[in-house]
Design a binder for this molecule. Structure first.
Ligand code: C2E
Ligand code: CA
Ligand code: CA
Length: 671
């Protein structure tokens, strides 16, 4: 139920004015009349008294009986003068002298009045004492009667005039206020109409109205300010809804819209357009190692570069974390490829963020409308396939081709299977022994994983490690395998304190601080001595990010964990540089070793590497030894440790235990 009814401003104003005047008018009327009544009655009485005074003056001293006729004449002339309707001279013996004009006295019965309109006889009677001569013992008075009719008529007419004046006044007031109301109402109505237009979503018309009333003027100014704020807010909200907050580029929502526009435009104009899908390579590494703050800045810089390098008519959008898409209107295959290559070039220059110098690369997949799809969804799917093709084959940019789908399908299936294998014990840990040429004894082993695929059988790490890295499952895999092995090797290392277990740590997850924390947890839970654990990392990861690597490696080292540089020789690092890091072991890559002879080009490299490492106090492992001749060469070069098929293939833990029982001594292989 409504408690208060609402009324318009004009009805409020007019009814208020009417109400006030309804109360005011009778009061005004009564006051005016009573004032007038009082003053005119007083005037009337004064006038009567004055006439009575003049008459008594004229009459006084005259002789009562001798001048009787003169007395009557004076009375007659008084009657003739007008409004005297009764007059006589009256003595205390009730005799009276009357004027000749009988009318003046006939039928009038004298009753003295003290005020006007007394005794309902229409006459104001008054008495004044009169001194006449000739009447001993007689006293006289002059009795007068004045007609009240003219006075009453005058009052009546005043009453009518007053009513008319009051009515005119009320009318004037109502008209005046109606006019004022109109002047207030008009700008208010205009403001209301404009506000309604805004409420309907049209923000364009200004909320300004001209008014000389300051309150309305200020109200209009305030509303106008509100409109501008609303416009700004609406613009901001629209930008937020359609643009990516970080880079300011269109987001997926706006991008999808532009894609549909591009399709219908190209349909009408019978022209082609290209869809480019750009994905930054290894962007996750930047985020994981340098933090999201740096990652965000890198994205902003790259988005800016890409945006600047494009035509106005093209759309570049950020559609995922490190994924951008570009719609190029009216271009064919050749131009699309050229532009994609230009984009790759734009990404390449060094990026300086917060004191870090970074290099980014990108892979671009291209799909062309209508050749590679007629709908935005299909085009995007095909650009995605082409992008993966570019990424997996290090092509930079790649244009979609139907053959890519089958390759991609297999890869997708494998990724899917791999995800499910994690945590299902579908991995097998193999161990390859490592022997110490100085002590002549087995001194450790390297953990090498295999994936037991339910249909495809054992899959080599070269195939599944990249998948694990790509799917961000590598950390989980490393920890899972470490957990299994440290438990197994605890007794082995306790029995032989110089025995070390080496595990490979992928460059992708080394710099993730979570790895160290998880590994330390596992070491503690398995009660495994950390000094008997070696992590193998490739030199490239150090070269790519020296500052962060030093930090992390120092942390490992402080916990007692040893660090080995794996695949040494395949990168471009110098030993002198690596010396700055807490490294205890160098593993010369098998490509230098397997075919090694004294005449081969690798021989001086291997020889120098061993000598230099020794100078720096670093021990050297040669991996990939398959023959006794290579073994002998390395032995002569004072290599510290050896590993390879010649001594043992990667094997299960049980097989390793047997191997250790039988082959702990190097002598067994050379005799
Ligand atoms: P890697 O660290 O260089 O490992 C040595 C590779 O050389 C192993 O291949 C091993 O089986 C092979 N090998 C050992 N002796 C010989 C030999 O005498 N001749 C020849 N030709 N090859 C030999 P595998 O097991 O296929 O592993 C390949 C790579 O996969 C490894 O290279 C390592 O980088 C990676 N990997 C293996 N397991 C893991 C793991 O658990 N985590 C990570 N992140 N990477 C792993
Ligand atoms: Ca290794
Ligand atoms: Ca290696």
């Amino acid at each position: 139920m409504k408690l208060f009814r609402t009324y318009s401003l004009s009805s409020y104003m007019i009814s208020t004015i009417l109400f006030v005047h309804l109360l005011l008018a009778p009061v005004l009327y009564t006051v005016i009349l009573s004032v007038y009544n009082k003053s005119s009655s007083e005037l009337f009485i004064t006038h009567a008294n004055d006439i009575a005074g003049i008459l008594t003056e004229d009459l006084s001293g005259m002789h009562y009986s001798q001048q009787r006729q003169a007395l009557i004449n004076i009375l007659d002339s008084a009657v003739l003068s007008g409004n005297i309707v009764f007059i006589d001279i009256y003595d205390n013996h009730h005799n009276s002298i009357k004027p000749n004009d009988a009318l003046a006295v006939s039928g009038r019965h004298f009753i003295e009045d003290s005020s006007i309109n007394q005794n309902n006889d229409g006459i104001y009677f008054l008495t004044v004492p009169l001194s006449l001569t000739g009447g001993d013992k007689l006293s006289f008075k002059l009795r007068l009667g004045f007609d009240e009719t003219p006075l009453n008529e005058q009052i009546q007419s005043i009453k009518q005039h007053t009513i008319i004046i009051i009515l005119l006044y009320v009318l004037a007031m109502v008209s005046f206020f109606t006019l004022i109301t109109y002047y207030i109402h008009k700008p208010l109505k205009s403001l209301r109409q404009k506000s309604n237009t805004i409420a309907e979503g049209n923000f364009d018309s200004a909320l300004k109205v001209a008014s000389s009333i300051s309150d309305i003027k200020f109200l209009s100014q305030d509303l106008e300010k509100m409109r501008i704020t609303l416009i700004n807010m609406a613009n901001k909200m629209q930008t937020q809804a359609t643009h990516d907050e970080l880079t300011g580029l269109p987001n997926r929502y706006l991008y999808t819209d532009r894609m549909h526009q591009a399709v219908s435009l190209s349909q009408r104009s019978q022209q082609s357009f290209a869809l480019l899908l750009l994905d930054l390579d290894r962007f996750k590494e930047i985020n994981d190692t340098l933090g999201h703050g740096v990652g965000d800045k890198v994205l902003q810089i790259l988005a800016h570069r890409l945006h600047k390098g494009m035509r106005e008519s093209d759309t570049i959008a950020r559609i995922g974390g490190d994924e951008f898409s570009i719609i190029l209107i009216n271009v064919d295959h050749a131009i699309a490829v050229t532009i994609a290559q230009k984009m790759i070039k734009l990404i390449e220059p060094i990026i300086n963020v917060d004191g870090h110098t970074l290099n980014a690369t990108a892979s671009i997949g291209i799909a062309i409308y209508p050749d590679h799809g007629l709908t935005p969804e299909l085009l995007l799917q095909h650009a995605d396939v082409a992008m993966y093709n570019a990424k997996n084959n290090n092509l930079g940019a790649s244009i979609y081709h139907a053959d890519m789908d089958s390759d991609n399908y297999e890869k997708l299936m494998l990724v899917n299977d791999f995800r499910q294998s994690i945590g299902k014990n579908h991995f097998k840990s193999l161990f390859q022994p490592k022997l110490d040429l100085v002590t002549g004894k087995a001194c450790g082993c390297e953990l090498l994983l295999r994936w037991r695929h339910p249909q495809l059988g054992l899959i080599d790490p070269d195939r599944f490690i990249p998948l694990a890295e790509q799917e961000n499952l590598i950390g989980e895999l490393t920890c899972w395998s470490a957990n299994q092995c440290l438990e197994l090797f605890r007794d082995v290392v306790n029995a032989q304190p110089d025995f070390h277990l080496s595990i490979n740590v992928s460059p992708v997850n080394l710099l993730d601080p979570k790895l160290l924390i998880s590994l330390l947890d596992i070491i503690k839970n398995c009660d495994y001595p950390p000094q008997n654990l070696i992590i193998e990392i490739t030199e490239n990861v150090i070269m790519k990010n020296p500052v962060r690597s030093a930090e992390i490696l120092n942390m490992f080292s402080q916990e007692g964990i040893k660090i080995s540089i794996d695949d040494f020789g395949t990168g471009y690092s110098s030993l002198a540089y690596l010396q700055k890091f807490p490294i205890t072991e160098l593993k010369i890559d098998k490509t230098f070793i397997t075919e090694l002879t004294q005449d081969s080009a690798n021989y001086p490299i291997v020889k120098a590497s061993i000598a230099m490492a020794h100078d720096l106090g670093i021990r050297v492992v040669a991996e990939g030894i398959e023959t006794i001749s290579v073994h002998n060469l390395l032995s002569n070069l004072n290599c510290d440790m050896v590993q390879g098929y010649f001594y043992g293939l990667p094997m299960s833990f049980e097989e390793l235990q047997n191997w250790l029982d039988d082959n702990r001594e190097i002598k067994r292989f050379i005799d």
